[in-house]
Design a binder for this molecule. Sequence first.
Ligand SMILES: [Zn+2]
Ligand SMILES: [Zn+2]
Length: 208
Amino acid sequence: MGGNEQLIKGLPLNFDNIKKNVKQALDKFALRIVRKQFCPLCLCERLYYRKHWDISIFTRCHIHNCYLLSTCTKCNSKITFNKVILNNCECGNKLSTSSTTNVENSDLSKLLFQKLYQMETSKIENECLIKLQQLDIDLIIFLILFLSFKISSQLYNLNFAGFHSSIDYIYNDQVISEASSIFLNWPHSFYTFLNEFKQKPKNNRQTG
Ligand SMILES: [Zn+2]
Ligand SMILES: [Zn+2]
């Protein structure tokens, strides 16, 4: 964890406890095990499985500014590693020809990619993301995962079970982008989030 330990030490929390929880959460939820995902346009350029597609909070392709796909656009079945490298779904769909949906920005994915490969792709302009960029990657992933759990429990009216149950839809783009948008206007947006979350009656959180 390296640098993260310093950061966590600075917080008024039980360090040993937090460290264990962070590690457990990352082990369990940071990587996509069951459902894989891919960018059709990346696949079209070169046919291989990009490692960063396995990061659970990576929902957009920063190169092509589009959503990654985790189901076949033709038959709706789950994407697997084999389907991607064979560029073929059992329904006959060639994955690299799947249509894509553009997104407004893919800054979070860009930031994650840069941290992962220690490579500057292009300039990140959002100031808060630049600050986030100074943290270690595992801590960034943990923070966004943590907020995603909170947000998805709110959106889908779940009891927040902490980092104990694995629910696939917490990784969807809406949840991740809401979680990362909390950083975009830090700390104001974070306080707003906390207040809204506190005020919502427990059974009525799905209205968002
Ligand atoms: Zn792409
Ligand atoms: Zn298919």
